[in-house]
Design a protein around this ligand. Structure first.
Ligand SMILES: [Zn+2]
Length: 65
C-alpha cells in the first residue's frame, strides 16, 4: 500500500497521480528527496569511517593546539 510521505494518508494503488490528493505533496519529489538523503547519509557514514581510520595513523593526527 502506498502512503503519502508527508501526511501519511493511504493512497490507492491505482492512484497514479504524482500529487497527494489529501495534502497536495509532490510524491515524486518527496521520494526523490528521500533517496538523496539516504545517499548523503551513506556517503557521510563512509567518510566518517575513513576519517576514523586516518586518525589512527600518526601522520594524520592533528597537531595539539
Ligand atoms: Zn499527503
Amino acid at each position: 500500500m502506498r502512503t503519502c510521505p508527508k501526511c501519511g494518508k493511504r493512497l490507492s494503488p491505482v492512484y497514479f497521480k504524482t500529487v497527494c490528493r489529501y495534502c497536495g505533496a509532490d510524491l515524486l519529489y518527496y521520494r526523490y528527496e528521500e533517496r538523496l538523503e539516504q545517499d548523503a547519509r551513506k556517503a557521510a557514514a563512509q567518510e566518517e569511517t575513513v576519517r576514523r581510520l586516518l586518525n589512527k595513523l600518526p601522520l594524520r593526527r592533528k597537531k595539539a593546539p
